[in-house]
Write a protein that binds this ligand. Structure first.
Ligand SMILES: [Zn+2]
Length: 398
């Protein structure tokens, strides 16, 4: 195995559980141990490093021309509980691998290269993408109750404010990540060129019927809210499948009232979540769900929108450059959306052009101890990242 795989295996030894999975939660001792490991690599390469007030690792490799904006690479250093080796760490270690290659080939970039190892990208009481939202200024530390939450990690709202960077000096942000799905693996394609990160749209759907005795109420006379909700879920699932093959629909949570064995349910509340790149598709899907609800007898439905995070497109010029790099290297690749959110989201939200490179997750498994990406794919993705950086350094994209 090459250098990058070795770094990943070394980092993967930190926070390792007995079952082989890894738990490296943000702000934990294991988190900072992994951060120190990457920091040492950065320093051995002559990079200036800092650990910012919210626990992000930041490395800087100055370029020849200080008037140029920085090319920024990064991902996250934390894992979920019982996660894997590659989620997050691949993007940070892959960025460090690029600097190793620059040094080996005696290349000094015109642009300054910055690397971020973000803290707490995974969900926590501080909200997902904590570290990257802090540096982009997207995070409001004065929101009610937030100071108390920060205090549990010995941090203050001032730490969040101090962590904010001037990202107008960022030319672009590139994130190298595992796919965490099975599109690449099942199609036997080596690299995914991400064109955007899909939306997350959620509705709270309530079905209302009438409660009555489960023994005395004959079937024709029932107004069963759970039967109505079940019909709506089955109809929505079928519609999602026919509407678009990259539309996903999930009911992950449901409550039944009054919730007794011998009482017909009068109220069922369920979460309807949909994700897609195009707003027009999720809008159409929601309209179809509402129409289907009207056709379901003995039950009335109400819909309340609870989450509307619209999709985040990658920068079209960056997509084209990464696509060309893959073609020049003769790597099988496809343009695809990301089904999961990433640190690239806050960057894009605050106006930094983003690009993402995916490599296959074997069997699409992620957030799990069995998460695996083949060593040759790890190296292939790093090669694409490296060549993309070299291309961007010599390209006037304006
Ligand atoms: Zn991740």
């Amino acid at each position: 195995m090459g250098r990058l795989n070795n770094i990943l295996m070394e980092a993967g030894g930190i926070g390792r559980n007995e079952d082989g999975s890894i738990t490296r939660l943000g702000f934990s001792e294991d988190y900072f141990q992994a951060l120190e490991l990457i920091k040492k690599h950065m320093e051995s390469l002559g990079m200036k490093t800092e650990v910012d007030p919210v626990g992000n690792l930041h490395g800087i490799l100055p370029g020849k021309d200080p008037s140029l904006k920085s090319i920024v690479l990064g991902s996250h250093l934390d894992t979920v509980i019982k996660g894997g080796v590659f989620d997050g760490m691949l993007g940070v270690a892959g960025a460090v691998e690029c600097v190793y290659r620059l040094k080996e080939q005696d290349i000094i970039l015109d642009h300054t290269l910055e690397i971020w190892g973000f803290n707490m990208e995974e969900s926590s009481i501080l909200g997902g993408t904590f570290g990257s939202r802090a540096i982009t200024g997207m995070l409001d530390p004065d929101q009610p109750g937030y100071a108390e939450k920060l205090a549990t990690f010995d941090r203050t709202p001032d730490d969040v404010r101090t962590a904010k960077k001037d990202i107008s000096k960022y030319d672009c942000y590139l994130e190298y990540h595992i796919e965490q799905g099975d599109k690449l693996d099942s199609a036997d394609i080596d690299v995914g060129v991400v064109n955007g990160i899909v939306s997350v749209i959620r509705y709270q759907v309530t079905a209302n019927g009438v409660s009555n005795h489960a023994g005395t109420t004959m079937m024709p006379n029932r107004k069963d809210a759970l039967v109505g909700m079940s019909k709506l879920i089955v109809a929505a699932d079928a519609r999602a499948r026919e509407l678009d093959d990259t539309l996903v629909f999930t009911v992950g949570k449901m409550s039944v009232a009054p919730g007794q064995e011998n009482v017909i349910p009068n109220e069922v509340v369920a979460t309807f979540e949909m994700r897609h790149m195009d707003k027009s598709v999720t809008d159409q899907f929601f309209a179809d769900i509402q129409a289907a609800a009207k056709e379901i007898p003995n039950c009335t439905f109400t819909f309340k929108n609870t989450v509307a995070k619209y999709s985040t497109p990658c920068d079209p010029k960056l997509v084209r450059i990464i696509d060309q790099v893959c073609s020049e290297l003769n790597i099988s690749h496809m343009i695809m959306p990301s089904g999961a959110g990433h640190d690239a989201n806050p960057m894009a939200h605050e106006g930094v052009p983003i690009g993402m490179i995916f490599v296959p997750s074997v069997n699409g498994i992620s957030h799990h101890g069995k998460e695996w990406t083949e060593p040759h794919h790890v190296d292939l993705g790093a090669e694409v990242l490296f060549k993309t950086v070299l291309t961007l350094d010599k390209t006037d994209r304006k």
